[in-house]
Design a protein around this ligand. Structure first.
Ligand code: CA
Length: 231
């Protein structure tokens, strides 16, 4: 029995039913809401483990729901949106969403995202202020300021190390270019995004066995990057 409680926020009945049926078939517990107000209320009163959130709601924008929920909760939020524009996804991620799915989505894709979120929660279930991070062959000793791959120290520049730590501390979460450049440089000008690409390329050369097929850091074209939890 899957003990996860999922709040499904969707105003379109066929889509809501499809998601609910899928969750039920995979032993997830779920609640539903069809408005933004209802979503905030359910989130507050039932403390779900994950929220699946449609952005186009009848009473308010889903991004507003994210802002309100983030006022008191770090619950993972996966945005499900018909809007394919990157700007909407970026606004949702910057407001605090963890991941996104674009409609039409496959049921398998939805379940895969839920598993990613569950793994991330399991990973974060430990001590968030842990001084050592481990993911596959990657190990970061935050206190010592060193990163290792297969026990060998990675010779990273200060920026590469900062970038790696930011991604590691948010494993499983899609980080936007803006979030990353603000975290690393404290600003987010267009040329910072260009610099970010360069630093990401040099970091990957040191971290990834095959930089063309990255195992650790996933690219979200036009949006940002995500550190993957390696099995
Ligand atoms: Ca909708």
């Amino acid at each position: 029995m899957n003990k996860f409680l999922i709040l499904v926020v969707e105003d379109d009945p066929p889509v809501r039913n499809l998601i609910a049926t899928t969750l039920k078939a995979h032993d997830y517990r779920y609640l539903t809401a069809d408005t933004g107000e209802g979503a905030v209320m359910e989130a507050a009163s039932h403390a779900p483990d994950v929220i699946l959130l449609d952005l186009g709601l009848p009473d308010m924008d889903g991004v507003e729901v994210i802002r309100r929920v983030r006022g008191w909760s770090n619950v993972p939020i996966i945005v499900i949106s018909a809007r394919s524009e990157d700007a909407d996804k970026i606004a949702a991620l910057d407001a605090g969403a963890d991941d996104y799915l674009t409609k039409p989505f496959s049921v398998d894709e939805l379940l895969a995202r839920l598993r990613v979120t569950q793994r991330r929660l399991a990973l974060m279930g430990g001590d968030e202020s842990a001084s050592v991070y481990e993911n596959g062959a990657l190990r970061i000793d935050f206190a010592a300021g060193c990163a290792y791959l297969d026990g060998e120290e990675l010779h990273l520049t200060a920026i590469e190390y900062k970038l790696l730590c930011l991604l590691a501390r948010n494993t499983g979460k899609v980080l936007t270019h803006k979030f990353i450049t603000q975290g690393v440089w404290g600003s987010s000008w267009d040329n910072d995004v260009a610099s970010l690409r360069v630093y990401m390329a040099t970091l990957r050369k040191k971290l990834e066995a095959a930089p063309g097929a990255p195992q650790y850091i996933q690219t979200h074209i036009g949006i940002g990057y995500r550190m993957i939890k390696v099995e």
